[in-house]
Design a protein around this ligand. Structure first.
Ligand code: SF4
Ligand code: SF4
Length: 104
């Protein structure tokens, strides 16, 4: 329990990444997971409605709102992050409407 808590962020971000229905699971090798600096923040969930590769779920207790998962390339044009534009930075208030009041 203690180990889990120490991995949590110190403060809540103003906005967090939320994954939309556009997520394809990147054929089982999610690009976004390679960009996120927080361990187990972006988790690949397998389910029948998103077969065969499932979808990504962002743990709202871990996301630090750094936006690395939606980073743009050198020209500011090409997306280095999600190729399907399935990641939306979402205000904290909205995320807490989805999940309830979040702990730190
Ligand atoms: S905003 Fe940062 S911490 Fe949150 S899911 Fe994206 S890369 Fe991970
Ligand atoms: S990069 Fe986008 S489409 Fe691929 S797994 Fe992540 S959120 Fe889903």
């Amino acid at each position: 329990m203690t180990a889990q808590l120490t991995k949590r962020r110190k403060t809540k971000p103003k906005e967090m990444a939320v994954i939309t229905d556009c997520c394809t699971g990147c054929a089982g090798s999610p690009v976004c997971q390679t960009l996120c600096p927080v361990e187990n923040c972006m988790q690949l969930i397998h389910d029948d409605e998103h077969s065969p590769f499932g979808y990504i779920w962002v743990d709202p207790l871990k996301c630090i709102g750094c936006k690395k998962c939606i980073a743009k390339g050198d020209m500011g044009i090409f997306l280095e992050g999600c190729p399907w534009d399935a990641i939306k930075m979402t205000p904290l208030e909205r995320v807490e409407q989805m999940y309830g009041k979040l702990e730190f």
